[in-house]
Design a binder for this molecule. Structure first.
Ligand code: UDX
Length: 466
């Protein structure tokens, strides 16, 4: 039997490329052959910012190759990556199949691991060539499950949401989540609170596409989402939960931080030196992920709240996060070096595992959530869009790992929540965060659920490859 050749294709967004590269490395360690496909735009960005890492991973794994595909965007006015990712994905779906077909043929691909965000992109191709198609959903199991239940929610008139006054209504028809979520916790798109019909159609298409694949991979672990996973398994029998992927990889490689960086922004490592000078669990790490944008007013509310809390903070403000570039300078000038540091992009996994970090003020992206869980760092959640409002609800109400600040942006609330997490309720949050971190570690160690599921997945890929 030949070594299986797996094509891995992430959606062109930071959280997706990061995670799927980790999956690629886990499969490479097990000696599979990998072609990692990126859009040209993303590949060029990775190369320009992480050239040494790209060289080192390529040297380390001779069975890895990178390939690119067009995203069919105007090169001069490229939208980059962000909220418009849905449009970029639509273009790839519309025009990308011939290129994908060429790669499958020329590289003799035996299995495709496709980002679930691409929906049906490879369904026909996999059938035509008789190869396995596995969908990798980069979001939590709870999000996959909510998407699955959307038709039922529509039938029962639970959605669409009827307006701002409707936001606290409890959603009742999601098995396994009864009495947990309100309208305001449902996934959102764009700036509107409502989930419009176009988006709803897309979400339904993704679910249908995953059902047509041979298997589904989720970046989660059994102890974190077991009630939801047992619901999903009724519909997706071949479901592999192998996360937290970054932790799985680090554990397998016996390192504490990832060897390969896939940053879309230039990492500022000065924050690591700064953290060394801070006392144990004294710093709030603040980061709103790779796509969140904020208004001047919102940034200022957070800044005042953090200053008023009297806790030191390390804050990631990406250059494309605020329109007014001068604002970042203003904040830097108004913050003493002892109290706060602002950087454009941090080595987040390393930051979260630093002993000086006491809390994470986060947008609740799924990767950030898992990274915080693994390090046992309690969270204050300020979700922005997409799956984030649901993640933050689980963090606060189900796992009791932090507080949910959604739909509020007020300096007093920021100050109070920081003090609750760092001082008043420190013991209770630390206890539950440490307990969950232990379960995450257990899952990726030999005989843990994610460890075993990864071995099963590899066995499945090997046994179904021609
Ligand atoms: C969004 C979604 O909300 C997420 O749930 C989905 O799966 C992917 O798209 P994003 O805004 O990118 O994600 O957030 P997140 O999923 O948290 O991923 C951000 C990644 O960037 C994390 O892996 C984080 O470690 C990394 N990061 C962030 C850095 O390395 N440095 C930083 O300064 C900030």
């Amino acid at each position: 039997m030949e070594t299986p050749h797996v094509l891995i294709f992430p959606c062109p967004a930071q959280g997706h490329v990061n995670t799927m590269l980790k999956l690629a490395e886990l499969l490479l360690i097990q000696n599979l052959h990998i072609t990692f496909l990126n859009t040209e735009y993303i590949h060029n960005r990775l190369i320009s910012l992480n050239i040494d890492d790209v060289k080192s991973i390529s040297q380390c794994y001779p069975k890895l190759q990178f390939k690119t595909i067009s995203d069919f965007q105007n090169k001069e006015k490229h939208p980059g990556f962000g909220e418009n990712i849905v449009d970029v994905i639509s273009s790839i779906n519309m025009y990308g199949k011939p290129s994908l077909r060429d790669i499958i043929v020329s590289e003799k691909i035996s299995c495709i691991i496709l980002d679930g965000g691409f929906g049906d992109l490879a369904t026909d191709l996999a059938a035509e060539f008789g190869i396995q198609l596995i969908h990798f959903r980069t979001v939590a199991a709870s999000t996959v499950w909510i998407y699955f239940c959307m038709p039922k929610l529509l039938d029962c008139n639970e959605i669409p949401i009827r307006g701002d006054e409707d936001m606290d209504r409890i959603i009742r028809n999601v098995p396994g989540m009864e009495n947990i979520i309100r309208c305001r916790d449902l996934p959102r798109f764009g700036t509107s609170n409502k989930m419009d019909h176009i988006i709803l159609d897309k979400v339904l298409q993704l679910t249908q596409a995953s059902l047509k694949g041979n298997a589904v991979i989720l970046n989660t672990f059994e102890d974190l989402e077991s009630p939801i996973l047992s619901q999903i398994r009724l519909h997706f029998p071949k479901l592999y939960t192998i996360g937290p992927l970054h932790h799985h990889l680090n554990t397998m490689k016996k390192t504490t931080s990832s060897s390969f960086n896939s940053n879309f922004f230039k990492v500022d490592r000065t924050c690591m030196t700064w953290l060394e000078s801070q006392p144990l669990k004294s710093v709030v790490y603040v980061s709103f992920g790779s796509t969140t944008t904020m208004t001047r007013e919102e940034i200022l509310e957070f800044w005042h709240g953090l200053l008023n809390s009297k806790k030191a903070f390390l804050w990631v403000i990406r250059p494309n996060m605020v329109q007014e570039k001068r604002l970042i300078k203003e904040l830097e000038e108004g913050t003493s070096k002892e109290k706060g540091l602002i950087v454009e992009w941090a080595p987040q996994e390393e930051v979260l595992s630093h002993k000086a970090i006491g809390a994470f003020l986060t947008h609740s992206g799924w990767n950030s959530t898992l990274e915080s869980v693994v390090c046992g760092v309690p969270m204050i959640c300020w979700p922005y869009f997409s799956d984030q409002p649901l993640n933050s609800r689980f963090v606060s109400e189900v796992w009791k790992l932090g507080l949910d600040m959604k739909d509020v942006c007020d300096r007093n609330v920021v100050e109070n929540m920081v003090n609750d997490i760092m001082v008043n309720k420190k013991e209770e949050f630390s206890k539950s965060a440490t307990k969950m971190a232990d379960l995450a570690s257990k899952s990726v160690n030999p005989d843990g659920s994610s460890y075993n599921n990864l071995q099963d997945l590899i066995q499945y890929i090997r046994s179904t490859s021609p």
